[in-house]
Design a protein around this ligand. Sequence first.
Ligand SMILES: [Zn+2]
Ligand SMILES: [Zn+2]
Length: 357
Amino acid sequence: MKAMVLREISSIEKKPLRMEDLPNPVSGPGEILVKVSVCGVCHTELDEIEGRLKPKLPVILGHQVIGRVAGLGSGTKRFKLGDRVGIAWIYSACGKCDFCVGGNENLCPDFKGTGCDANGGYAQYTAVDENYAYCIPERFSDSQAAPLLCAGAIGYRDLMLSNIKKGQVLGLFGFGASAHIVIQVARHWGCEVFVFTRGEEHQNLARRLGASWVGAPEDQPPQKLHCAVDFTPVGETVPRALQLLEKGGRLVVAVIRKRNPIPPLDYSQHLWDEKEIKSVANITRKDAEDFLSLAAEIPIIPEVQEFQLADANQALILLKQGRIQGSGVLKIADQFIRTRGHLRMMEMMTTKEFYEK
Ligand SMILES: [Zn+2]
Ligand SMILES: [Zn+2]
């Protein structure tokens, strides 16, 4: 199979993902083999590539995987060949520890991430325990469904942890893949949403999706925020969001790693009056399942920008630069099963197009 492989930690600008020919994975006992159709791109992959997270190397990244069941390991019973399934960030958890038993498998000390501790979806095939795969509601195309699995499911967890109530004001810092889905859920719940983001296109998308106020992080919104979610990779938004919180408000920080340190907090300005700050670690299978049915019911309409698998590096560079509208997804189509010469030509063309933009 073709796969984009990460062999060493590097800045994404050096384009460290390389297209390789690898043997197809085999579905072991309890596992399904999935023929991948699309895989979303995520900031977490930048954290892995650039070393803020420590993936097992070499690794095939990608944890927003949509594909079809192409092989059944012994003892499997949930799916049949050809079923459409999704795979998310949670690749496995132990199932026995206090966290797992208490419904917090996201905090399991043995938590394994797809495309980090095990190979993920930047490839034509991947294999996963059938109990960690999801049925995908029919109303979504493959490309629309992919971002629901991380941008959407983690965004949903962020919202649940923020404690937001109907009619309250929610602040979103950063307006990428996750935030553009979260705003649709929050609006569905009857919340008012203020969006803090710089890019003009991101601001326009936020307005179109129902933000009642849009500005830069340093701008003054018309009123205080009951809750806020910070999706940005920078540290500075943390004190800013805390400063804008209403008494008793909660800030949820939705990234796994910040690129630069959080500036020192001032107790009276940022935390007094029972303000809270909370991080979000991973997701549970229940988050993904609950969110997929909610997304179909609302329905959430993810905006997607599609790339070819061979252009994964470029897609991630654009993501780092904040130049993707909505969610980026890689299409892993059959045209990749072509001669090496043809593939190289296609890569050259798309790289040229990228630099001409
Ligand atoms: Zn992700
Ligand atoms: Zn556990």
